[in-house]
Design a protein around this ligand. Structure first.
Ligand code: ZN
Ligand code: ZN
Length: 137
């Protein structure tokens, strides 16, 4: 995700509204490596803007996603998490508490077979590993 000042410029250039609430959401996401859910972003922003609606939070996340500024990690239909780190990387997810950690190394050599590359041009990747975190073990 771009820095907040850059995001403001980007939103303005696309005629997207900048509100104090949206700025608050940007700040919650900036440098956030915890892969928060929409609900946890909502709970955090509500401390500052008690009247903000969940819809406002979710819509802002969708706009950021459509601009390619954040990634959505979908574990299953009911569990979606957001990642402001858009540099390609993988994740490991605790099946007990849903904690998500980045996997940045060790997979550089992963290559798709030629028969797949004949049929597809990959544009992004995100492999999810599942396990149990130390706290839950
Ligand atoms: Zn856990
Ligand atoms: Zn991540």
């Amino acid at each position: 995700m771009k820095k907040v000042e850059e995001l403001i410029k980007l939103f303005k250039s696309k005629d997207l509204k900048i509100t104090p609430q949206r700025l608050g959401i940007f700040k919650v996401l900036e440098g956030n490596a915890t892969h928060p859910s929409a609900e946890s972003i909502y709970n955090e922003i509500r401390q500052v803007y008690p009247t903000i609606s969940f819809t406002t939070v979710y819509k802002t996340l969708e706009v950021l996603e459509s601009l390619g500024e954040i990634l959505k990690i979908t574990i299953d239909a009911g569990r979606k998490y957001f990642d402001p780190n858009t540099i390609p990387h993988h994740h490991i997810i605790c099946s007990q508490c849903n904690m998500i950690a980045d996997v940045n190394e060790g997979l550089e050599e992963l290559k798709l077979p030629n028969e797949i590359l004949d049929k597809f041009t990959p544009s992004r990747y995100d492999i999810s590993f599942y396990g149990t975190c130390k706290q839950c073990a």
